[in-house]
Design a protein around this ligand. Sequence first.
Ligand code: ZN
Ligand code: ZN
Ligand code: FE
Length: 747
Amino acid sequence: MQGVGFRPFVYRLARRHGLTGWVCNSSGGVIIEAEGSDEELNLFISAIRGEAPPLAMITGVETSEIHLVADDGFVIRESAAGGKSIEISPDWDVCPDCLRELFHKDDRRFGYPFITCTNCGPRYSIITGTPYDRPLTTMAPFVMCPVCQGEYDDPADRRFHAQPNGCPVCGPRLTLTDASGATIAGDPVATAVRLLTAGKILAVKGTGGYHLAVDSANDMAVRELRRRKQRDEKPFALMAPGLVETRRFALPDQREERFMASPERPIVLLRKREESSLSPAIAPANGYYGVMLPSTPLQHLLLRGNFWALVMTSGNLSDEPIAFHDEEARRRLEGVADLFLTHDRAIRTRLDDSIIRVFQGNPLFLRRSRGYAPRAVALPVGQRSVLAVGAELKGAICLTRDDRAFLSQHVGDLKNPETLASLEETAAHLASLLEIRPELVAHDLHPDYLSTRWALSMDNLPKMGVQHHHAHLAACMAENGLEGEVIGVIFDGTGYGSDGTVWGGEFLVGGYDIFRRAGHLRQVPLPGGDAAVREPFRMALAWLREAFGPEAFDLPLPFITSLAEGERKLFDKMIQRGLNSPLTSSCGRLFDAVAALLGIRSSVTYEGQAAIELEGMAERGAERAVFPFEIAHAGATASLILDMAPTVRALTEAVLAGDGWADLARAFHLTLATATAELCATIREESGLNRVVLSGGVFQNRLLAAGVHDLLSARNFQVFTHRLVPPNDGGVALGQAIIAGRSRICA
Ligand code: ZN
Ligand code: ZN
Ligand code: FE
């Protein structure tokens, strides 16, 4: 990987062991030629693995003996690295060495918010072209002072060839302005801290864009931010100075703390403490806080010793992408931020914060971006170069080169031309940085996705449509290095089926080349189409109609009794006749229906809200017996049907009998997990397949994922989940890329 300080590390190591020779990058990796005593060479080789710089990832070391050449020193040779091996490093947190200098009074970079070295700091976000060299980063306009240049030129220095190197004399500078853009005099950090403490809203430039910050303990300020951002209920992320402070308001376990403190610095979802002094408006009706630790020197300076935590939410209005250009940020955040803490080092690539939950000790990505993108996923074998454009929600592209798949950062929901433009720009920039010329374009089958339309508009390349859930299956297979055929349990909100209907609760059998639909959730009408996504009570009506027949509308449930007689008739007619009510086997919509039945909410303000709150409720519930379900054979298609209508019926009766909602929510999760394992066992009988991959956005639900995982394992299935890419649609492009790359479509 470029810019991770590997060659200087080798140089210093060789000098320490008195070796002569050279080190250089090649298309196959780093080549080292070293000459010295056996003993020193052995120490050298073991230290290469043992002491490698934090950003370098060593995948293998091979050694062989050559004739002596008697060099008279050790040098770093300029590389002639071709495009074949180029990888771009993600952006990483400040390293411990730089952090020490940042807070050391006598250091020349004391309090300097742009401190960095070869082991840390911005990379992907500032790279404008390749090779990775200062003129091709956004540091290009800054000319190093003699002291910085000395560090940069000295192979023994920690800052040897550290492209973003700078200091207060020669590097980027901070400015604090008011909303109108007028500079506020004085120390920008100290003044910003003072005004934040007074309840002001600060826009602050981060690695991949602007954040909006307020004091998390100031309820008025947090509510004001919600009002100005026009964001009703979606939780705000928090940034805490350290783990000690985090433990005051959240309950991280050891593994969660390890991910928080990792140099990738993702937002980690942590269980809330019952009592804390944080504003209740941060994550209303949610059992979790999304918490990250500082990842830029500026954030370290703002947080340390000043706050328990700051709200650090992306600098945008609801549903817009995060602002990352200075002018754009000022324009778009006018009226939201009182102050702007900004600087003169440009951001080349927009990056949101990554969001993970920890599942079985591994990251479960809800969003993969800063710190991880554009790190490669290793494919089982090499393949043709493909550009995969993803789906619609959580857009991301994937480019492949040989046996590497580069999944881009999260770009956003492709519901408008701006986000599509951002996706196109991401594809072009990454292809140019990685020197990839795709031979084939892969896209979703949905004809109306903006990504599909874009793919189809590329005249010069052959295209391949990939079924949505097949792509989910392939993505999970690819990151686990699987070959052959597997059973894929793919649970998500929506995907375009091979038969033109809306799929989303799928049991597939297949591999990269072909698949078949071995089973699926019973289809129900989606009353009002998209309106049913925003209003989960419509899904509850649809499922109740399946479970109870026409009597469903007489049930004494609040969301039914509150409907006027005419509305009830209208919904009945819609559902009965399928008026504006396409059929769906969506698992996400089943969760919506159950959430509405349990009175959690009848409408939502963000995607997945009902399911998230249902899981939160279920976590507090006690064990009780699972509900009934049925597995039926569908006549003509030979698919198995998982019928959850008996579940909905039994659950509704329990609700009407006054049983505890949390217990019912838990039992619903366990019922679905049990039914899933049962159906997989039926598929195994007939297919002989024993490996199961779990994918789709519903598997962001840890309770369900754990339940399915445990029940399948108990039946001796081998179960595979996602650890490198999101199970949601943010990972679909990876699956599309491997399916297309291995297909026989001619270039
Ligand atoms: Zn550093
Ligand atoms: Zn300098
Ligand atoms: Fe999906």
